[in-house]
Design a binder for this molecule. Structure first.
Ligand code: NAP
Length: 447
């Protein structure tokens, strides 16, 4: 018996789902659909350019793609080029691994002002995502503010302050390197609504901020801990490690010759992004106090306000999933409702054939490796479902794509783009020079 499974999305959760399917005892054929011509999702478009070690996991995805029973269909937008309901007649099961493409909102005045961007936009731009290449960021001012203290906020802060010499050896796009070369940003404020114990960043990422050459790290907190904070660091090793490192970094004397400055501010919430001449010029903040039990302390405004002048704002308060037509969606949480990866509708009734994995299943948290466990769980549920099926299915999806004139990119087509990027990068001492136009990628793939 031959089973056909479609995976929508080619990021880490998609590839781990394929891996788990191939490890099973059943005879499964996997077709992976991706709306861009290239695979790898956030591994290519989200992971910071100076984290090449992390990106090397793509080698293992490449070997999954070599399986004879795997096909890649890049440049196919499921929902537009082909509907989920149509795919249901070509596949026994469909696993949605579409990640979280949008952002949480702060819901404060001025949030969408000129010069206020989501971190997602900036990250996608410097990582060469085609649809973000026309975005412009005003790097002519002196002060940037990053709202939020997760690892994405750390990435953005680091990209704004790291030396161009170092960035030039990464796979950051030429266009972004050129823009950052001309940047006059000197101060980057990374602002958290809660305290240092609750900061969402992890120790390794904080350490990198403390070790940037020519950059001072200013910690605007005396690191005195409340009773609840004390209890929290005894229970949560991430918080304890962060506090130990913050204490060490705070004791370091500042470098007087540094020309860039990172400021970590805590217990502070933006209440309004203000503009002058239709451009961001300042943020009004309110100071917070924390209330509640250890590990669930909440920030409450104290009524004390202050204003910080700035030229550029990045909102980095977390990603949010977007719906896929034909699949149930929990608007509030921004996820596909599911039970162990099996999609359910909003009344908790199982939706046959549909499964979900990764950020669209559990929300936008965790590192690349977290998706492996997540996808293996989904595939276990999916295999239980497949074992109940005893008839084969017509899998002539190529006929449908051809009939609709969809120019799809195979994995061999992607390899041509990949080789080209690596060769172009080698000429200038970079791991790769990314192709940032879909048109050019399609041309390379068809050569
Ligand atoms: P995140 O870790 O969830 O951090 C979100 C930050 O936004 C938190 O500081 C949160 O504060 C704050 N926040 C949320 N709502 C807010 C509001 N209304 N006003 C002010 N602040 C608000 O999200 P992320 O940074 O986008 O990262 C997503 C996932 O990817 C994380 O698991 C992260 O570790 C991972 N990632 C890993 C790496 C790496 O390994 N190097 C790099 C990038 C991303 P509260 O805590 O108070 O809610």
């Amino acid at each position: 018996m031959k089973y056909n499974v479609a995976i929508i999305g080619s990021g880490p959760s998609g590839f781990y789902a394929a891996q788990a399917l191939f490890k099973s005892e059943i005879n499964v054929f996997v077709d992976m659909f991706e709306k861009l011509p290239n695979p790898y999702g956030l591994l290519r478009g989200g992971v910071a350019p100076d984290h090449q070690q992390m990106k090397s996991v793509s080698k293992s995805y490449e070997s999954i793609a070599q399986n004879d029973q795997f096909r890649f269909f890049g440049n196919v937008n499921v929902g537009q080029d082909v509907k989920i309901d149509e795919l249901k007649s070509y596949y026994h099961a469909i696993i949605c691994c579409i990640g979280a493409e949008s952002d949480r909102k702060m819901n404060i005045p001025g949030e969408d002002a000129n010069g206020s961007h989501t971190a997602t936009e900036f990250v996608a731009w410097y990582n060469g995502q085609p649809e973000y290449q026309n975005h412009k960021f005003n790097l002519n001012g002196k002060v940037a503010v990053v709202i939020g203290q997760g690892n994405v906020a750390v990435d953005v802060t680091r990209m704004l302050t790291k030396s161009i010499d170092e960035l030039s050896q990464t796979d950051m796009t030429k266009c972004a390197i050129d823009a950052l070369t001309n940047s006059s940003i000197e101060h980057v404020y990374m602002v958290g609504r809660r305290g240092p114990v609750q900061a969402a960043f992890t120790k390794l990422e904080l350490k990198e901020l403390g070790n940037l050459s020519g950059v001072n790290l200013n910690i605007h907190h005396d690191l005195t801990l409340s009773k609840s904070d004390q209890s929290e660091i005894e229970q949560v090793s991430k918080s304890r490690k962060n506090i130990e490192l913050l204490t060490e970094l705070k004791s370091k004397s500042l470098d007087k010759s540094a020309n860039k400055h990172i400021h970590l501010m805590f217990n502070t919430s933006p209440v309004e992004i203000q503009t002058t001449n239709d451009r961001v010029s300042s943020i009004r903040f309110e100071k917070n106090e924390l209330f509640g039990d250890p590990c669930s302390q909440k920030a409450i405004g104290t009524g004390e306000y202050f204003t910080l002048n700035c030229d550029l704002v990045f909102r980095s308060i977390g990603y949010k999933g977007v719906p896929l037509i034909g699949v149930p969606f929990d608007e509030k949480r921004g996820v596909i409702p599911n039970q162990m990866g099996q999609v359910v509708d909003l009344n908790n009734t199982i939706v046959p054939q549909l499964f979900a994995s990764g950020w669209i299943k559990r929300g936008p948290s965790g590192v690349i490796g977290t998706n492996r466990h997540d996808s293996f769980e989904t595939v276990d549920t999916c295999l239980d479902y497949l074992r109940t099926i005893d008839s084969e299915i017509n899998n002539e999806i190529i006929d449908l794509l051809n009939k609709r004139n969809v120019t799809y990119v195979t994995f061999d087509g992607w390899k041509k783009i990949n080789d080209y990027e690596i060769n172009q990068g080698a000429n200038v001492g970079k791991p790769r020079e990314k192709v940032t136009s879909v048109k050019e990628m399609l041309k390379l793939a068809s050569m």
